[in-house]
Design a protein around this ligand. Structure first.
Ligand SMILES: NC(=O)c1ccc[n+]([C@@H]2O[C@H](COP(=O)([O-])OP(=O)(O)OC[C@H]3O[C@@H](n4cnc5c(N)ncnc54)[C@H](OP(=O)(O)O)[C@@H]3O)[C@@H](O)[C@H]2O)c1
Length: 429
């Protein structure tokens, strides 16, 4: 074993960074044996000094992250600051000064992944980011390496623990969205400002990263259709239950049948209780991958938290250190397929539509005609009437999102349709 240590600069020492530092210390001997050289924490960059940081030598702590990455003797920079800047500049500066980079930064990778990969390649360095998608769950390496000989057609996942906790609560207790969110906040599963989670921004960033890796093409954050889950109601869950389904916020990345294009989207959807993703409870994450040769694979585990996320960061650190010692680099960006990313209108799926209608003869025929005129075939209809008003629940066969949007627009214009109470896609069948 080499005795000269590999030097690691840790950028950020919060929820994830403090756990990375702790595991680096407590597992130092095992890490050295697995890598073939000891790893040394050479510096820790933070925003504020003067804060007690358990297990960290205060002499290593600095607020000058730029000087740390420019030192020239750093082998690996671990970026766990988060956000776009200064993380982006620090990562590119690290490459220019000879270091490889491990990051957990989904927002940055989804927005600027291509440029960061190009910077890594130009400098002959590694960029690894297993922790950026679904915390501890090994997902990026399996897609990038284990499935490199296969053809992935679909990635369907629960990639946000906060929203899964809220939806699971609504499902199991009958609670409304706000009540479930309040509980998630009280238990520390939701941030004080939950927008990034509940509006699907966090999941959309992960979908962009997953789609790019799974289909060997470039998928930008703007390419991902996004719908949050704040409009999901207790009534939607009752409808889902009647259909033998539950509701999950899903990230769905699909290759078209002819293989020339892909789509990536995040939205709430009904899935059958028999689907493996339906049994993913609480704040857990799971990703279902369908490929030509392997068939169906499911990856499941904790998608966040300091220690689980640090596990993924440490796995990358070991890989990058091994590459470093052998003078090689791991796989870079693979975007050779250069596929078109199609708009949401091209997505084909099933729909559950709940309408408030007048309870009088002929309404059902009128509604059915609108569906037929837009080429959307109805699978089932359920009607419940009371005091001159009725609710009509229509479940369609597979149709394009564009056709469904046209249908809904036309339904809203019918005098007999008082309102469209909810529209939910039905997935996983
Ligand atoms: N938390 C999770 O469960 C989780 C899961 C998966 C991925 N991630 C990703 O991991 C990254 C870190 O998340 P986190 O939860 O650990 O965040 P966090 O607890 O807020 O920690 C951020 C750290 O970065 C430091 N920092 C902030 N701005 C800085 C700057 N300009 N220069 C130097 N240091 C700076 C902070 O310093 P102070 O300590 O002085 O404030 C803090 O130590 C993010 O990209 C996040 O998306 C997190």
């Amino acid at each position: 074993m080499r005795t000269r240590p590999l030097k690691v600069a840790l950028l950020g020492c919060g929820v994830v960074g403090s756990e990375v530092a702790r595991i680096m210390t407590t597992h130092a001997d095992d890490l050295a044996a697995r890598i073939g050289a000891p790893v040394e924490l050479a510096g820790v960059a933070v925003r504020r000094t003067g804060k007690a940081r358990e297990g960290i030598d205060p002499a290593l702590v600095t607020t000058d992250a730029t000087a740390l990455v420019k030192r020239g003797d750093i082998d690996v920079v671990v970026e766990v600051i988060g956000g776009i800047e200064p993380a982006r500049t620090l990562i590119t500066t690290a490459f220019e000064h000879g270091a490889s980079v491990v990051s957990a930064n989904k927002a940055l990778l989804a927005q600027d992944g291509a440029a960061l990969h190009a910077a890594a390649e130009a400098n002959g360095k590694d960029l690894y980011y297993e922790a950026a998608v679904a915390g501890a769950i090994p997902l990026i390496r399996p897609l990038r390496e284990s499935l490199a000989g296969d053809k992935v057609n679909r990635v369907l996942g629960i990639v946000n623990g906060t929203t899964n906790f809220i939806l699971d609560k609504m499902d199991s207790t009958g609670a409304g969205y706000q009540e479930a969110l309040d509980e998630a906040t009280a238990l520390g599963y939701a941030e004080a400002d939950p927008t990034a989670d509940v509006e699907g921004f966090d999941a959309a960033a992960k979908a962009a990263i997953l789609a790019g890796i799974a289909f060997h093409t470039r998928v930008r954050l703007d390419d991902v259709y996004r719908e949050g889950m704040t409009e999901v109601t207790a009534a939607d869950f009752r409808s889902a239950t009647e259909m033998g389904c539950t509701i999950k916020l899903l990230a769905i990345c699909e290759r078209s049948k002819d293989g020339t294009s892909v789509t990536a989207r995040v939205h709430p959807a009904m899935i059958p209780l028999s689907h493996p993703l339906a049994s993913v409870r609480g704040a857990y994450n799971a990703v279902f991958v369908e490929s030509d040769a392997a068939g169906q694979l499911m990856f499941y585990g904790p998608g966040a938290g300091g220690s689980p996320t640090a596990s993924a960061v440490l796995g990358d650190l070991v890989a990058v250190c091994r590459n470093r010692l052998s003078g090689a680099t791991g796989p870079g960006e693979s975007a050779y397929a250069d596929l078109t990313v199609s708009p949401m209108g091209d997505v084909v799926t099933r729909y559950h539509i709940s309408l408030d209608v007048a309870d009088k003869p002929g309404v059902l025929a009128q509604v059915a005609t609108v569906f037929a005129e837009h080429g959307v075939s109805i699978d089932t209809v359920r009607q419940q009437g009371k005091d001159g008003e009725a609710s009509l629940v229509v479940v369609t066969h597979r149709a394009s999102d564009a056709a469904l949007s046209g249908t809904v627009e036309a339904l809203r214009k019918l005098d007999t349709v008082r309102g469209v109470a909810s529209i939910m896609r039905v997935e996983g069948e």
